[in-house]
Design a protein around this ligand. Structure first.
Ligand SMILES: *[C@@H]1O[C@H](CO)[C@@H](O)[C@H](O)[C@H]1NC(C)=O
Ligand SMILES: *[C@@H]1O[C@H](CO)[C@@H](O)[C@H](O)[C@H]1NC(C)=O
Ligand SMILES: *[C@@H]1O[C@H](CO)[C@@H](O)[C@H](O)[C@H]1NC(C)=O
Ligand SMILES: *[C@@H]1O[C@H](CO)[C@@H](O)[C@H](O)[C@H]1NC(C)=O
Length: 276
């Protein structure tokens, strides 16, 4: 066989595995944005009929720009999720996000799908972190937020709503749109019982208010010190009462003995005198 013939045979063997025209790599499907705890992700589904070994690259562009930029951590990845939280540097702007699919087996084929995203519109806030201390009838609550540092300029004015209620009661004490990083709440006038509190994050921008969920409530028994005092006081009282009763009994017996002195008592008295 001449080298030309070998080449033709090789082509015939390889040809079926070459990409056929019209069977190009399809674009990624269903690009959506999901947000949780201040993070924003773009996710997608693999292209229809995608061969194994497809990888993806995520790109972004400001809506008035013309140049796509790569999201570096999401370059040539095999997963279908990309964290774009800190990519959108001016979160109040609208961005284009593009997902490109590359196929290793179909070398050179790239297909893409594009969506727009607005961080502020999509972002889900996380509830604030509460640190609670109860001392001397004061509820001391410290509140902090967990947004990523790159969003500091957006979230530095976050506020929170705080609710406190007595377990089993419907009435709620509400503190709304609070800025203070800590609050002290006096409980001196509150009836004894179990009290719960929870808080949510609140964010106001361009006339719209966004709120997080409430975190699971934090509960504790109030007037614990008074209860402890009762716990200590009751046994003490019992001891005192018993003491008094025993003293009275002893006194009664003693006085009866004095009224009716016996020979034995006389002898002890005498012996007592001898010791002196
Ligand atoms: C993908 O998007 C199509 C059309 O928008 C929809 O019919 C389909 O249910 C979506 N699939 C998934 C898994 O979300
Ligand atoms: C992308 O990743 C695949 C395997 O995941 C690798 O074969 C390919 O060389 C990578 N391409 C680039 C441009 O890094
Ligand atoms: C709250 O913060 C203040 C000042 O930063 C601190 O003194 C206090 O101990 C904190 N309280 C709690 C419950 O963490
Ligand atoms: C997403 O990325 C941001 C910025 O790098 C980071 O602060 C955040 O924790 C990430 N979110 C998750 C859920 O990993």
């Amino acid at each position: 066989m001449s080298s030309l013939e070998v080449g033709i045979v090789l082509l015939m063997v390889i040809a079926p595995f070459q990409p056929v025209q019209g069977e190009e790599l399809q674009p990624p499907r269903n690009i959506t944005f999901v947000s949780k705890d201040y993070s924003l992700f773009v996710k997608w589904l693999p292209p229809d009929g995608s061969p194994p070994g497809v990888s993806y690259t995520v790109l972004w562009m400001e809506s008035f720009d013309v140049q796509w930029k790569e999201v570096q951590p999401c370059r040539n990845i095999t997963g279908t999720l990309c964290n774009i939280t800190c990519v959108l540097q001016e979160p109040s702007n609208r961005y284009w996000v593009r997902v490109e699919a590359q196929s290793g087996t179909r070398a050179g084929f790239i297909s893409s799908a594009t969506e727009t995203v607005d961080y502020i519109l999509h972002v889900e806030l996380a509830p604030p972190v509460l640190r609670v201390k109860y001392t001397r009838n004061i509820f001391g609550v410290n509140i902090s937020f967990t947004y990523p540092f790159c969003m500091k300029h957006i979230f530095q004015d976050l506020t929170y709503d705080l609710e406190i209620w007595k377990a089993g009661s419907k009435a709620r004490m509400k503190y709304e749109n609070m800025h203070e990083p800590s609050v002290d709440i006096s409980t001196t006038k509150w009836p004894h019982g179990k009290y719960c509190l929870h808080a949510r994050t609140s964010f106001f921008r361009n006339g719209d208010r966004k709120r997080s969920n409430f975190l699971a409530p934090f509960c504790l028994w109030l007037h614990e010190e008074a209860r402890k005092w009762e716990l200590v006081a009751l046994p003490l009282l019992a001891v005192l009462v018993t003491g008094v009763v025993m003293f009275l009994l002893y006194y009664k017996i003693k006085s009866k003995q004095v009224e009716m002195p016996s020979a034995l008592d006389q002898s002890t008295l005498i012996r007592g005198n001898c010791v002196d």
